[in-house]
Design a protein around this ligand. Structure first.
Ligand SMILES: [Zn+2]
Length: 500
């Protein structure tokens, strides 16, 4: 299959752009561009199936002036006319990264695959490296015309002062133009504000919205940060901000300024509180699982006694019944104080490490790859990710032969391959962590000097999984000698699966 495609004669499209002479006239170089591109194609035995050109367009109105040649070129690409696009320089084809992105996307749904320039540069739009190189090239070209970016900045400032929409993703509550309101979403925003003013936690609101299956503006599930970003955005009171300045917007306000100011304060308060909570870190999150439902446990701080009665915060690992979207997650049946679990697991981990033969064995097991290998793995992983995207898009655009079963089968294969690479990458990075412990150093000393991330790495290096079984009534007492602390804790309810 692959060889058949490689052997087939490639069809090429040529695109040229006439540049403007300093005096204002139009230079004749567009003809040379055509000759050069055709010579390049002939050298490589490509069949030129079309050649398009446009007059250069002054930068200041480049967003508005149509490019008929470019549009015709796009049409040709969409109708699978060619595999290669040839130009003298990338900057002749694309003036903005956005335009390049359109072609990159087309490369996954049409026969187009390569963009080539006559200096011999080949951009393979179906590989991560090719895409990255192309985007970098367009970026550079755009950057070099600094007068242009100055003009854009000026235009942005002018737009802001006039209260116009800066463009980009569709804001929730409005159509893509950023001005026309969407009645259903306006109702949701007003409801969110009302619930906040009623004192409901953001998490609760997130759960309610997701249960109703009304997605956000980009079709995703709600998260606390999404709700907060809507509530704190001045857009919903009809204000356009730019560099800290407020301007009356051209779009209508959808809640009153008074309600918005109040709701914004409430939400910001809440985020400050959760920010503090997050600062308390947990050694075992990611490695520790619920013994009932097998879901990952989360680190959770709670007050066994209310703060008003002098309660102290208590760190714990618990099975959570809802995830960040407020949707069903775990069984909620397991919660254990974090301190004894961490002390117990640490003790066993360090004991295992302190055998010199064992340490040497895993050091060797992990140190089988070099730096170059790591970047090769990462690139390979990116290629698989793009392929998965490509397959999904082919299915979405109903490409012939791509039915649901086929798509899922191919995707599964790709995902398995991707996972295998992830495992290699993980092995590689843990190997570096281990190498950071000086050979011969006492692992207990290393542990004392290590920060939380390094400790975490040392644990995941040899621990596959920690499972917390639900507690039994009649709890045991456990004494931790090194710190001389006693806990109500049963070590037998903690299972450790070792990698080594
Ligand atoms: Zn559970």
């Amino acid at each position: 299959m692959v060889t058949a495609v490689m052997a087939a004669v490639r069809r090429a499209l040529v695109y040229r752009r006439r540049s403007r002479k300093r005096g204002g006239g139009i230079s004749p170089n567009v003809q040379y561009q055509d000759t050069d591109c055709r010579a390049y194609a002939a050298d490589r035995q490509y069949t030129v199936v079309g050649s398009y050109y446009d007059d250069d367009v002054p930068a200041s109105n480049e967003n508005f002036k149509p490019r008929p040649g470019y549009d015709a070129l796009l049409e040709e690409v969409r109708s699978n006319a060619a595999e290669v696009l040839v130009a003298t320089e990338v900057a002749r084809i694309f003036r903005r990264v956005l335009e390049a992105l359109e072609f990159i996307e087309l490369a996954s749904t049409t026969t187009l695959r390569w963009i080539e320039t006559i200096d011999g540069k080949v951009y393979d739009l179906r590989t991560a490296a090719g895409v990255a190189a192309l985007v970098a090239e367009v970026n550079n070209a755009a950057f070099e015309t600094s007068t242009l970016s100055e003009r854009v900045k000026r235009a942005t400032r002018a737009k802001a002062r006039e209260g116009r929409f800066h463009g980009g993703m569709r804001p929730y509550g409005y159509e893509k133009d950023g001005i026309t309101v969407r009645a259903d979403e306006v109702m949701v925003i007003r409801e969110i504000i009302k619930r906040i003013l009623d004192g409901q936690p953001v998490k609760t609101i997130v759960r309610i919205l997701n249960k109703r299956e009304m997605p956000t503006s980009n079709g995703k599930l709600w998260t606390p940060s999404k709700v907060k970003s809507i509530v704190t955005s001045p857009r919903i009171v009809g204000v356009r901000t730019h560099l800290g300045q407020e301007y009356p917007a051209v779009w209508p306000a959808i809640v009153s300024r008074e309600d918005w100011e109040q709701a914004r304060l409430l939400v910001q308060d809440a985020s400050r509180r959760t920010g503090q909570k997050r600062a308390r870190k947990y050694l075992l999150t990611g490695s520790i699982f619920c013994g009932v439902c097998e879901k990952p446990l989360i680190g959770n701080t709670y007050y066994p006694l209310p703060k008003s009665q002098g309660g102290k915060p208590q760190r714990s690992y618990r099975c959570h019944t809802s995830d960040i979207h407020g949707l069903a997650h775990g069984c909620g049946k397991v919660r254990r104080m974090a301190d004894p679990v961490e002390l117990f697991v640490t003790e066993l981990v360090l004991k295992r490490y302190s055998s010199p033969t064992f340490a040497e064995a895993i050091r060797r097991a992990y140190q089988d790859s070099s730096h170059d290998e790591l970047s090769a793995y990462l690139e390979e992983a990116q290629t698989y990710r793009l392929k998965i995207q490509e397959v999904e898009e082919a299915y979405k655009s109903s490409r012939p032969g791509m039915d649901l079963d086929t798509m899922l089968r191919i995707k599964l294969d790709l995902e398995e391959a991707l996972e295998a690479i992830h495992a290699k990458v993980a092995r590689h990075s843990t190997g570096r962590v281990l190498a950071a412990i000086p050979a011969g150093e006492n692992v207990y000393e290393a542990w004392d000097k290590a920060d939380l991330d390094q400790r975490r790495a040392l644990v995941t290096l040899i621990v596959r999984r920690i499972v917390l079984l639900p507690g039994r009534p009649g709890r045991k007492q456990w004494h931790h000698k090194a710190t001389d602390q006693t806990f109500a804790f049963d070590p037998e309810r903690v299972l450790i699966e070792w990698k080594f």
